[in-house]
Design a protein around this ligand. Structure first.
Ligand code: AMP
Ligand code: TRP
Length: 333
């Protein structure tokens, strides 16, 4: 069966950037690729690449799992699991590190950005992280990997590693393709539209978190930085702030730019923002309701256990296969 794989790190506050750029896309893909199996995981090992409080991490893992499901994922063709619960990810990560070159990892822009921000030393895992991410994907022979624009380079490296290993040892891995959404691949910060909306931004006004209450959501949109011209028109260069709000709206409603521009002819930003507030609130409230039902239910653990069981079978086989090919361990009869 063909597979689609993706993961999200349980760090920071899950916001509409991640939601529109990744989770919502995932929900849509489940409808389009209904005959595929979806492996979706909480990338908790990746969370250790920068300092992280243990208690908080535990809490975030569960929160993220519940939020994923609350966003409307179909459970039938889905294995949802926690990455660290499958040792195969770490094992494969190491084997791929043995096939990745320093120069390749040094070129990763996310590493360069994140390394700069570390005040207590740069963890070596931050550097080797793309090998672990490649493992996450290649373990399941993913056909497609839905991610936001910022992960494109990691995906390219994943493809390079898969091709390198296939070339050396014969067909071991499927070479995956990224699926980057056309809209919302890069939702920008509400306070600085030249920066990506990020879950780790210190300025809480820069984003809308999925669990923010209604008043906060409206307030954040109202105070979003826009230009001083008042014509509602999409223009990434001249009006990056407003265009970002367009992107958010389009990712939710599927309207075209023209439809929106026509609808606001002769009207100003105030109305546009008020309407967007309604749209975002309407999108997020049902998610929040389902989240609250799930978070402390036994159902969540059951889903994660089942997801783990199914993923484990596939992942362990792949690790064993590569171990054998590389000559690790002893020969078994
Ligand atoms: P992260 O939250 O950084 O672990 O990212 C999880 C997924 O969401 C990845 O596929 C990212 O590319 C995507 N993502 C994160 N932030 C944004 C954003 N501001 N706009 C669009 N996609 C995003
Ligand atoms: N690195 C991704 C991020 O920071 C999360 C991630 C880890 C991932 N492993 C993955 C995404 C495998 C897709 C596939 O957003």
């Amino acid at each position: 069966m063909k597979t689609i794989v993706s993961g999200i790190q349980p760090t920071g506050s899950l916001n509409i950037g991640t939601y529109l750029g990744s989770i919502k896309n995932f929900v849509k893909l489940q409808k389009i690729y209904s005959d595929y199996h979806f492996y979706l995981f909480i990338a908790d090992l990746h969370a250790l690449t920068t300092p992280m409080d243990a208690k908080k991490l535990r809490q975030k893992i569960k929160e993220l799992a519940a939020l994923y499901l609350a966003c409307g994922l179909e459970r039938e063709n889905l294995s949802l699991f926690v990455q660290s619960e499958l040792p195969a990810h770490s094992q494969m990560g190491y084997l791929l590190q043995c096939h990745a070159y320093m120069g390749e990892l040094e070129r990763m822009t996310q590493y360069k950005d994140k390394a700069q921000k570390q005040t207590d030393g740069i963890r070596s895992s931050l550097f080797t992280y793309p090998a672990l991410m490649a493992a996450d994907i290649l373990l399941y022979d993913a056909e497609y990997v839905p991610v936001g624009d910022d992960q494109k380079q990691h995906l390219e490296l994943t493809r390079t590693l898969a091709e390198r290993i296939n070339h050396r040892y014969g067909d071991v891995f499927k070479v995956p393709k990224p699926l980057i959404p056309k809209v919302a691949s890069r939702i920008m910060s509400l306070t600085d539209p030249t920066k990506k909306m990020s879950k780790s931004d210190e300025n809480v006004k820069s984003r809308i978190n999925l669990l923010d209450d209604e008043n906060i959501i409206r307030k954040r949109i109202k105070s979003a930085v826009t230009d001083s011209d008042q014509t509602v028109r999409y223009d990434r260069e001249e009006k990056p702030g407003l265009s970002n709000l367009f992107d958010i709206r389009i990712a939710i409603t599927d309207e075209s730019v023209k439809e929106i521009e026509d609808a606001y002819e002769g009207k100003g930003y105030k109305e546009f923002k008020e309407d967007l507030g309604d749209i975002v609130v309407e999108e997020l409230l049902p998610i929040q309701k389902r989240y609250r039902e799930l978070i402390d239910s036994g159902e969540l653990d059951k889903i994660l256990d089942e997801g783990k069981k199914r993923a484990e079978q596939v992942a362990n086989k792949k690790v064993e296969k590569l171990n054998r090919i590389l000559g690790l361990g002893r020969k078994r009869k």
